[in-house]
Design a protein around this ligand. Structure first.
Ligand code: TPP
Ligand code: MG
Length: 273
């Protein structure tokens, strides 16, 4: 008799029939898996985690999770997270944000949540474009890339989200890619245990839109290869000059420090804290 094996992480997935939201080869499935592996390794109480998604491919990750979750307006994940965290500081809030969601429409919330050291974890899926809406240019799109809205190549400078987070005041910040599962899981574990604003940026392949327009390939492996070829560790990057680092993605941890977390100024009386 053939023995049926169940994936040990299956217990964290909502027990209903859900459609498959992601395109073949999309990195979102891997990232969902990395997050669950981190939760399982840490044996976190899943009922004490709230997951939030805005709108976008990435924002659909929480739909699969058997946590209380919120799926709402594009770019406003950190506004909800602030409200939840101030009312229920005992809950762990995890945000799955697309690059457009976090630093384009949601850029202002991102600066202020970092500045306040809001005690939440942000898992940023950087697929270099607005994927769900068809592949428009995003603040993370590499310079000169062809996208659906930049047929002659994007002429806008790219935001380094990790640098932005560190300078705004976030207290745990790292960047990895879907090609680095061990480091990514380790980093998500650190972020989940961190008290304060933690950001794990994960560079991820979007074959359907970024691949097709910018790299002229819809092959997930080739898009992943492109990410891998451009990636360099922080230790190696420290020995290179600005010119040599052009077009490179620096992977590693950029900050891990302690600082008082935001608890609001008027919502709670001193004795409630
Ligand atoms: C207020 C608002 N503006 C714009 C949109 C349209 N919209 C939906 S998803 C999206 C971009 C998603 O890109 P990103 O956040 O990078 O997520 P991805 O799909 O790439 O994972 C946009 C512009 C919207 N739903 N709501
Ligand atoms: Mg995106």
């Amino acid at each position: 008799m053939v023995q049926q094996r169940t994936n040990p992480l299956r217990k964290y997935i909502r027990n209903r029939k859900l459609p498959h939201f992601f395109c073949p080869g999309c990195g979102c499935g891997q990232i969902l898996n990395y997050f669950l592996k981190a939760v399982d390794d840490l044996q976190l109480d899943f009922k004490k985690i709230i997951t939030i998604g805005g709108v976008g491919c990435t924002a659909r990750i929480p739909i699969y999770l058997n946590t209380d979750s919120l799926h709402g307006v594009h770019g406003r994940t950190l506004a909800w997270a602030t409200g939840i965290k101030l009312y229920r500081p005992d809950l762990k809030v995890v945000i799955f944000a697309g690059d457009g969601d976090l630093v384009s429409i949601g850029g202002n919330h991102f600066l202020h949540a970092s500045r306040r050291n809001l005690d939440v974890t942000v898992i940023l899926v950087n697929n270099f474009n607005f994927a769900m809406t068809g592949g428009q240019v995003a603040p993370t799109t590499p310079f000169n890339s062809v996208t659906m809205t930049t047929p002659y190549g994007s002429k806008e400078n790219t935001i380094d989200v990790c640098k932005l987070a560190v300078s705004a005041g976030a207290t745990y910040v790292s960047r990895w890619s879907t090609a680095k599962p061990i480091q990514t899981v380790k980093s998500i574990k650190k972020a989940l245990q961190h008290k304060g604003f933690s950001l794990v940026e994960i560079l991820s392949q979007c074959p359907t839109n970024f691949g097709r327009y910018a790299l002229r390939t819809g092959d997930p492996e080739k898009v992943l290869e492109w990410i891998k070829n451009r990636s360099i560790s922080k230790t190696k990057a420290e020995k290179l000059n600005e010119h040599e680092l052009k077009d490179k993605f620096i992977l590693g941890e950029f900050i891990d420090k302690k600082r008082p977390v935001f608890q609001g100024t008027t919502l709670f009386k001193e004795e409630d804290n």
